[in-house]
Design a protein around this ligand. Structure first.
Ligand SMILES: [Zn+2]
Length: 237
């Protein structure tokens, strides 16, 4: 309650007339910042700088470190630092790697005939998690977006075209977000590859599994109809 009174005394807040709830929340924040030891405050700041981590969670994480052995915390910080210092991108597909070729490109069991084009390394991880794809990838590093100043030259397009020219590649799968920028990128890439003897496909766009037709937007539903696939009846054995 004392904090609340202290806070109310601040002239800057009197002007903006915040609600009681906002004041007590802010007061809690200032209490946190004012009374934390400098070292703890720095640790909280470091965690709170990460995406999705609020100050409360940051404080919880910092205090959690205190309950761990010093050696364990040292290994944690070394792992983070080593990751930042030594991580590279694969010389072939631009996926994250700590060797010249990433584990996927280096895996002899992966199909060399198929390249799945994605925007980011997170897309590689998402597709890998499905366990449905056994080919190779190519990480573009984004999509063409003139408004954000991202043109084809900022993306890993040249190296993709070079790879596609190799004899082993038969199919290029565009696993790119169905947005205006994504569609533009697919169109641009397809034009560049139109002379290459490869099959170009896009991932299916349609109604989400478990979704209801009446709630699907008309573009999605329209594409689902246009991109319909033959129904394969599974015979009971
Ligand atoms: Zn690779």
């Amino acid at each position: 309650m004392q904090l609340f009174e202290d806070w109310k005394a601040r002239p800057v807040l009197k002007e903006s007339q915040p609600t009681d709830k906002a004041i007590s929340k802010k007061a809690g924040y200032f209490c946190l910042m004012n009374h934390l030891p400098q070292l703890l405050r720095e640790a909280v700041d470091a965690f709170a700088g990460l995406p999705g981590i609020g100050r409360k969670t940051a404080l919880r994480l910092a205090l959690h470190l205190l309950r761990q052995e010093e050696d364990q915390v040292r290994r944690f910080s070394e792992a983070v630092h080593r990751f930042r210092r030594d991580i590279r991108t694969c010389s072939s597909c631009h996926n994250l790697s700590d060797t010249p070729l990433c584990p996927i490109c280096a895996d002899p069991s992966r199909m060399r005939s198929s390249i799945c084009v994605v925007e980011s390394v997170r897309d590689v991880m998402a597709i890998e998690d499905t366990h449905q794809y056994r080919g190779l990838y190519h990480v573009l590093g984004g999509v063409i977006n003139p408004l954000d100043g991202i043109g084809p030259e900022q993306l890993h397009i040249e190296s993709l075209i070079e790879r596609v020219r190799q004899d082993t590649v038969e199919e290029v799968i565009m696993a790119i977000s169905p947005t205006i920028e994504g569609e533009t990128t697919i169109y641009y890439l397809s034009r560049l590859m139109r002379e290459a003897p490869v099959r170009i496909s896009t991932i299916a766009r349609g109604v989400a599994f478990g979704g209801e037709l009446e709630y699907a937007d008309e573009i999605t539903l329209g594409r689902s109809i246009m991109g319909r696939i033959p129904y394969a009846l599974k015979e009971d054995n």
